[in-house]
Structure formats: structure tokens, C-alpha cells
Design a protein around this ligand. Structure first.
Ligand code: SF4
Ligand code: SF4
Length: 172
């Protein structure tokens, strides 16, 4: 385990977390902050204070929807979302998985889809999630809306194999 979490995060992301001055703008703009036990600005503080376990075991990294709003709003131009992603990667490597297994399952499905197809597909993700979680009829009521918005036709939509290979290279 690294002695200093801030240094570990900097090594992963190239971001110096000490440039955060705790203004809270990231959390104020985060639509998921109300569902997190530690809002984004406090996660930054935990990293600054080297409270590694608290940061890893909180649900912030699993509740974040990767919408990038926090990074865009930060007056210090800190990529908060990138930091959250880095903490999530460390948690996965160390098998610190969320209590609510569905959050991790969704994350896995999301990433697998991006790696294989180069893009996310809502309909396929719902089908895969329901099959893997055993909640076969979860969100079944959304099907008419999917059909109405023409989402079913995009099930087979993916990037060209060249673009996917490029993406996979970047991820590795
Ligand atoms: S918006 Fe930026 S400076 Fe403000 S608390 Fe969040 S990370 Fe820190
Ligand atoms: S990227 Fe995550 S933490 Fe940042 S605003 Fe979006 S949901 Fe919130």
C-alpha cells in the first residue's frame, strides 16, 4: 500500500489534489451527490488528509455517474471525475467492492460494453443487467419508451473494429 494516498492518486492521474481549496462547487453541481455518503469535494479532502480507507470504502466511487460536471465546474480545473475513476480502479484492484453488488455489476457491464463495442447501449445494458442480477423484469415498464425513442434499432450499433482496437489500446 502506498504511504501517501495523494501521491498515489497523482501517480495515477497526474493531478495534484492539493490544488483543491474546498470550494464545494463540484459537489454543488453533482446530481448524484445526495446519494453519496461522501460528496466529491469531501472525497478530495479525504485524499488530501491521506484517509485512504475512508475514500475507498465510501459509496461515492460507485454512485458517480461519470457525467464530468464536477470536472467542468472546478475553478481549479481539477479533473474530479478522473480522480473518482482512479479511486474506483484502486478499489477494484484491491477488491473493495460496494455493499450493493448491483452497483458493481452495472459498472462491469458498462465497461465491458465500451471495451467490446466502443459505445454504451441502454437497451442491451438493461437486458444484461437483468439477466446477471436475476431481476428479470426490472425496468420492464421502460420498454415502450425505448421502442418509442427508437432505441431498439441501436442494439447492434458499434464502432468500427479499427476504432474499437484503438480504444482498447488506450484503455490498456
Ligand atoms: S470544485 Fe475543485 S476546488 Fe472546489 S472543492 Fe471541488 S475539486 Fe476542490
Ligand atoms: S462525474 Fe460523478 S461526481 Fe462528478 S458530477 Fe458527475 S456524477 Fe457527480
Amino acid at each position: 500500500m502506498a504511504k501517501n494516498f495523494a501521491f498515489e492518486i497523482e501517480k495515477e492521474t497526474g493531478i495534484n489534489v492539493f490544488s483543491c481549496y474546498q470550494c464545494g462547487k463540484c459537489s454543488a453541481g453533482c446530481v448524484f451527490a445526495q446519494y453519496m455518503d461522501i460528496p466529491p469535494h469531501l472525497l478530495m479532502r479525504l485524499i488530501q488528509l491521506n484517509l485512504r480507507e475512508k475514500a475507498l470504502y465510501g459509496n461515492t466511487i460507485w454512485r458517480c455517474g461519470s457525467c464530468i460536471t464536477c470536472s467542468v465546474r472546478c475553478p481549479r480545473e481539477i479533473d474530479v471525475m478522473g480522480i473518482i475513476n482512479a479511486v474506483r480502479c484502486i478499489a477494484v484492484k484491491e477488491k473493495v467492492l460496494p455493499e450493493e453488488k448491483d452497483e458493481y455489476l452495472f459498472d462491469e457491464i458498462f465497461l465491458d460494453m465500451i471495451i467490446k463495442n466502443g459505445r454504451f447501449n441502454e437497451v442491451l445494458s438493461v437486458i444484461k443487467f437483468n439477466l446477471k442480477s436475476g431481476k428479470y423484469f426490472k425496468d420492464a415498464d421502460l420498454l415502450p419508451a425505448f421502442i418509442e425513442k427508437g432505441k431498439l434499432s441501436s442494439i447492434k450499433s458499434k464502432f468500427t473494429s479499427h476504432k474499437i482496437a484503438e480504444l482498447q489500446k488506450k484503455i490498456k
